[in-house]
Design a protein around this ligand. Structure first.
Ligand code: RIB
Length: 290
């Protein structure tokens, strides 16, 4: 069984600030750093650092070659990644406050240049039973769900960031959703975790759901049974990419046949370690460090 993550690759510009800037306000930052990022890249890095074998697909400009090199160094197969000559790599402008909380503005760049031909070319390399992981930072996610569903691939969807494009996707093709509370509310209109899970079971009865709750941990449900995993308490330095770390880790563990309970526990440990370090991909621990 192969796992392909068709996901974003971003260059993150991270500004450390005392407080996230308010509308109309101008603030001086405490420092700025450039990191590899993108929800797609972060999740592939986490999957690989958890010991899993993953293919990454996605588009970059020439300014993003170091992102591909980072993925390859971690052991991800990047033979499906393409470099565009006429477009820059996706960018993320991130503020991180003194509590480690973040606020992100994206510029999609190459991530938004997917075509039907490229999507078909990538998925032609995979077959029934393989897994396709998607987030919502690239174009053509609805098409990718359709194509993967037709082939009998398992579609795993992290609808982040949540916007109208998510609701236009054929979500009945999804076998596993990974959501935070905002994304859960966007899909169901419910705010409370139990209500989100109940509504998801009603709307998507064939899907499993993992709902992450930040410092309150995470829940898994298949509509009949629910399991919970507590978060490991840490003092956060930078929460950017914590959810991506959880996602990559939980999927890597599940892909090698570990049970959901053990997989969630390992993922929670990895996410806790990640928030004690700066940056997104750079903060993701290797499994031996946990
Ligand atoms: O989830 C964190 C990521 O969101 C960052 O790396 C940034 O690139 C944005 O995509």
């Amino acid at each position: 069984m192969n796992v392909v993550n068709f996901g974003s690759l971003n260059i993150d510009y991270t500004f450390r600030v005392n407080e996230i800037v308010r509308p109309g306000q101008t603030v001086d930052s405490l420092g700025v750093s450039c990191f590899p990022g993108g929800k797609g890249l972060n999740q592939s890095v986490a999957f690989a650092r958890a010991g899993g074998r993953i293919f990454h697909a996605g588009l970059i400009g020439k300014d993003g070659l170091f992102l591909k090199e980072l993925l390859e160094k971690d052991g991800a197969d990047c033979s499906c990644v393409r470099v565009l000559e006429d477009t820059g790599t996706g960018k993320a402008f991130i503020q991180v406050d003194r509590n480690g909380q973040n606020s992100i503005v994206l510029s999609g760049g190459a991530n938004r240049r997917n075509t039907e031909a490229y999507c078909r070319e990538v998925l032609d390399r995979f077959s029934a039973g393989d897994w396709l992981l998607l987030q919502n930072e690239i174009s053509c996610i609805g098409l990718l769900m359709e194509l993967a569903g037709e082939k009998g691939m398992k579609v795993i969807f992290n609808p982040s960031p949540m916007d109208g494009a998510v609701l236009r996707c054929p979500l009945d093709r999804v076998s596993l959703f990974l959501l935070n509370e905002n994304e859960g509310e966007g899909l169901t209109g419910r705010k409370e975790p139990d209500a989100i899970l109940a509504e998801m079971a009603e709307k998507y009865p064939r899907a499993e759901v993992i709902l992450t709750l930040g410092e309150k941990g995470a829940l898994w449900s298949d509509g009949r049974e629910t399991l919970s995993q507590e978060a490991f308490p840490v003092s956060p330095v930078d929460t950017t990419g914590a959810g991506d770390t959880f996602t990559g880790y939980v999927l890597a563990c599940l892909s090698r046949g570990e049970g959901i309970r053990d997989s969630m526990r390992t993922a929670a440990r990895a996410a806790a370690a990640a928030v004690t370090r700066k940056g997104a991909a750079t903060a993701i621990p290797r499994i031996g460090e946990l």
